[in-house]
Design a protein around this ligand. Structure first.
Ligand code: C2E
Ligand code: CA
Ligand code: CA
Length: 543
């Protein structure tokens, strides 16, 4: 609690107490003046004049006065005791409500008020306020490994270190878990002091924390935001804004690799707004059917024949036009919607591909997140059954990053998909994740060379060497290879010198929607005859 608030409250409590005391003393004085004084005077006069005390009534009145006096004093003492006990209890309750019980810092509810007070007093003296949100990196992991008691000790020590780095009269609050907020007043002519301060905090926290002779290493990511003299918002609004901005900056520091700090800048806020809008529109766009499959031709480079299509997701965004999967797939993955999105696309693609010549295959891209779902194979088979689509015509493309995650689970999944007749391709090969050993242990049906090696093949010797190596690897393992990203006849010519490939790329046309593919196939007399595809599926299902 800010010091001046506390003293204000103490002063008020004392004033209350004084008022009660004063009331009692005044009442006693009035009583004594009203009758006590005359009784005492009569009592003394009577004693002097006839050597005898007053009559019984007057004696009783005197005794009553004395008793009242004693009672008043006693009551006064009781009352002051009671008041101070109640004040103490209230103080404890208030402290508990305002501070974090573990660290004694302010809490999320009270930092706002404290920050408002700080901004208001900084304004009076022409100073500014810097707010920092500090989040410990990988704290959860250390908590899991070393236990909660050690976790608490780490938090306490981190608090102590942050506190010791802060200048006097700073504010420190624990926002929850391993997240803290601090604020300090600074002189705008010496803003370099803030960089020194935050460096000190980063440095202090990074020293190993020794708990039960264990050295626990923790670092911190810090986001910074400051008031500026041009900002005339009320200090209440500004306090909330500062905390929000410092929080955004802290996330940037995390993204930039942790153990560092970032200043807030306005682009962060518009980025966040864009991101929120994107998430919201994806949620709405899936059931609204805004995500549609586009198709890219796959060609046998030896014969020049069309062998199938790769389905590529597109978003027909009502406000932004056609959007690329690089924009929305990562977001859909993060917000847990990739399976819904992918299923809706595959369902449409199976329907489209059923109209094609059954000789043509359909390749679909599957995200690593989907492969974590133990029911993935069942879900895919259900889609195939619903569409009455032969599994032999489906090719599932998974990227090397999937192999990174849980090799055992991926192996089981690949095996069960293959048992159903689905083919599996390793996409974007050469991107640097998988080893040749992994390639051998996983039963892929095809390798797709990353398009970055292919597209500059005519100018880069290194690319040629890599493609040649992959080609001979494929030959050795009996795996067909697809080269992606063939853009020019020159690249195609170079590629054909290096081996036997399937290929795809803009040389054969940009990916197009279902309608254009349908028309193109109709032109080439490559649409299915109904009976053929159904026969083939029934045959496959029976097998
Ligand atoms: P990818 O699987 O490697 O797909 C090939 C990408 O290369 C596509 O980009 C395609 O349009 C582009 N491309 C094709 N030929 C050429 C060429 O000659 N030159 C160049 N420069 N590029 C070419 P797109 O459609 O933007 O897709 C990007 C990535 O998004 C895909 O890479 C894939 O990883 C992912 N993706 C697309 N659809 C889906 C989907 O339905 N689910 C999931 N999980 N990922 C998808
Ligand atoms: Ca692909
Ligand atoms: Ca690829």
């Amino acid at each position: 609690m800010p010091h001046d608030q506390k003293t204000k409250r103490e002063k008020m409590a004392k004033a209350d107490k004084d008022l009660i005391g004063l009331g009692i003393v005044v009442a006693m004085i009035i009583l004594i003046i009203a009758n006590g004084s005359s009784v005492i005077a009569d009592f003394v006069t009577s004693l002097i004049s006839n050597g005898k005390p007053l009559d019984d009534i007057l004696s009783a009145a005197l005794l009553l006065n004395v008793a009242l006096l004693l009672f008043g004093c006693r009551r006064y003492m009781d009352l002051t005791g009671e008041v101070s006990q109640r004040r103490q209890a209230e103080e404890i309750a208030r402290t508990l409500a305002q501070t974090d019980p573990l660290t004694g810092c302010l809490n999320r509810r009270t930092i706002d008020d404290a920050l408002q007070d700080m901004i208001a007093s900084a304004r009076i003296t022409g100073h500014e306020v810097v707010t920092m949100v500090i989040d410990l990196d990988h704290f959860k992991r250390s908590n899991d490994v070393h236990g909660h008691l050690a976790g608490d000790a780490v938090l306490l020590e981190a608090t102590r270190r942050i506190r010791s780095a802060l200048p006097e009269r700073s504010i420190i609050a624990r926002l929850g878990g391993d997240e803290f907020a601090c604020a300090a007043i600074y002189d705008p002519d010496h803003s370099e002091a803030i960089d020194r301060l935050v460096l000190r905090i980063n440095e202090q926290i990074a020293h190993p924390i020794i708990i039960n002779s264990l050295a626990i290493e923790v670092t911190a990511s810090v986001g910074l935001a400051t008031t500026s003299s041009s900002d005339s918002s009320a200090s209440q609004k500004l306090a909330t804004t500062l905390l929000h901005r410092a929080d955004l900056a802290m996330y940037q520091a995390k993204k930039a690799g942790r153990n560092g700090y970032r200043w807030f800048d306005a682009s962060l806020e518009s980025e966040l707004r864009y991101r929120n809008e994107l998430e919201h529109s994806i949620r709405q766009g899936i059931p609204a059917g805004e995500f549609v499959p586009f198709y890219e031709k796959q060609i046998d480079l030896d014969t020049g024949q069309l062998t199938g299509f790769e389905m590529l997701a597109r978003w027909k965004n009502p406000r932004r036009g056609l959007m690329s999967p690089d924009v929305f797939i990562p977001v859909a993955e993060e917000i847990g919607l990739i399976s819904d999105l992918s299923e809706s696309l595959i369902r449409q693609a199976l329907k489209d591909a059923r109209e094609w010549n059954p000789r043509l295959t359909l390749s679909v891209n599957i995200s690593p997140i989907q492969l974590r779902d133990p029911w993935f194979a069942q879900r895919l088979l259900r889609l195939l059954l619903e569409a009455n689509f032969p599994p032999q015509r489906l090719d599932v493309e998974i990227t090397e990053s999937c192999l990174h995650e849980n090799l055992g689970m991926v192996r089981t999944l690949i095996t069960s998909l293959k048992n159903q007749g689905i083919r599996i391709s390793l996409d974007d090969f050469g991107n640097g994740y998988s080893s040749f050993a992994q390639l051998r242990t996983l039963p892929f049906d095809q390798i797709k060379i990353d398009r970055h090696f292919v597209s500059n093949l005519d100018v880069s010797k290194d690319s040629a060497t890599i493609i040649e190596a992959i080609s001979s690897l494929g030959k050795g393992m009996g795996l067909p290879i697809t080269a992606e990203g063939i853009e020019t006849p020159e690249v195609l010519a170079e590629l054909r010198k290096l081996g036997s490939f399937k290929g795809q790329g803009y040389l054969y046309g940009q990916p197009t929607d279902a309608q254009s593919v349908h028309e193109m196939l109709a032109d080439q007399n490559m649409l299915r005859e109904l009976a053929t595809a159904d026969d083939q599926f029934e045959h496959a299902a029976a097998a």
